[in-house]
Design a protein around this ligand. Sequence first.
Ligand code: APR
Ligand code: PHB
Length: 392
Amino acid sequence: MTRTQVGIVGAGPAGLMLGHLLHLRGIDSVIVEDRTKEHVIERVRAGVLEQGSVDLMNEVGVGDRLRAEGMRHDGIFIAFEGQRHRIDMAHLTGGRAITIYGQNEVVKDLIAAREASGRPLHFEAADVRVHDLASDQPRLTFQHAGTGYEVRCDFIAGCDGFHGICRPSIPAGHLRIYEREYPFAWLGILANAPPSSPELVYSLHDRGFALFSMRSHDVTRLYLQCDPDEDIAAWPDERIWKELRTRLATRDGWAPVEGEITQKGVTPMRSFVAEPMHYGRLYLAGDAAHIVPPTGAKGLNLAMADVWRLARAFGEFFETGQRGPLDGYSRQGLRRTWRAQRFSWWMTSMLHHAADENAFDHKRQIAELEYLVSSEAAMTSLAENYVGVPLA
Ligand code: APR
Ligand code: PHB
């Protein structure tokens, strides 16, 4: 049996950033992750950092590569009926912007910081379980390289994503779940191609949504709305490019530059909130507590905001014995989550085709997009949500 102050389950952005923030406060933690280090780093995920997430990475000393390689975008394009319209987010929000930097790069930087701290981070942990959550001494047990471990903790942080074990360890009846599944998914690819637009292009076409994004000066990331049970085998590269050209190309001659496809996959879309974000001495953060559809690019940023607040709350508890910030953690997190849920749902419904949509719905959708790109008030509403509210 060993001891730590905070047992952290999951080494995604939430668990790793939490471990780093606690380390900076001199608080001990053990991070356990069931996948390999390579898997955690290579897994292709989100790529948009809000200003607040960028500032946080910089403030806590893990921003060197982000500053060198991240791509700051002051605006985005919204495309429909063959035309692209730019929304100048920086102009509309007093200079705030987003930065393109892959989640796997964030994770790489945070793993490096963890390794430099010398504090424990166990990859490939099996049979991870949490116990005695309602007591003052919850425990974390797991198997690692054939040995069983038991860690007595002051708190456990459930940072193990949507499919983790922490949320299901909370007794039935304690959590209220709010959920919506969408009748479509995204087929996403990475391609070795230089970005042909300096900023993201969100497009609504008669055949459905498409998104042009990027990871670097020579890697493009693209998405197509598809069915949730879409068979990726039915999408040879040429079909993907043809569909992307159809949905994205605009009358001014713009189209995505094509290149070798290096990765493809289908991502389901859902909205999910578990309330409250804690039980006893277990606190949930990131995807373990909430999921947003990717259209608003909020998932990674919500995870960062959660652990920033959670680290402060743990810090206050260990430094002064005050429980106030811990008690307020869920309420404040849920406020931010619901704000992001509303925005992500709105972006999703504005830009996707629903199977049961009729001609009226289509006209209304085009009218909404026309209003959006012609009204400074409407563009400001999108911009201030897209760049994100400061951490609080
Ligand atoms: N034991 C240990 N680790 C686990 C377990 C388990 N039983 N189950 C899951 N994990 C790990 C996963 O392998 C993953 O590395 O927990 C981690 C959770 O990380 P993420 O899913 O990346 O979630 P989070 O850190 O909350 O970050 C949210 O991830 O899904 C994206 O778009 C989302 O960008 C957002 C971000
Ligand atoms: C991405 O680049 O992966 C990305 C960008 C914007 C989104 C979602 C995903 O809304």
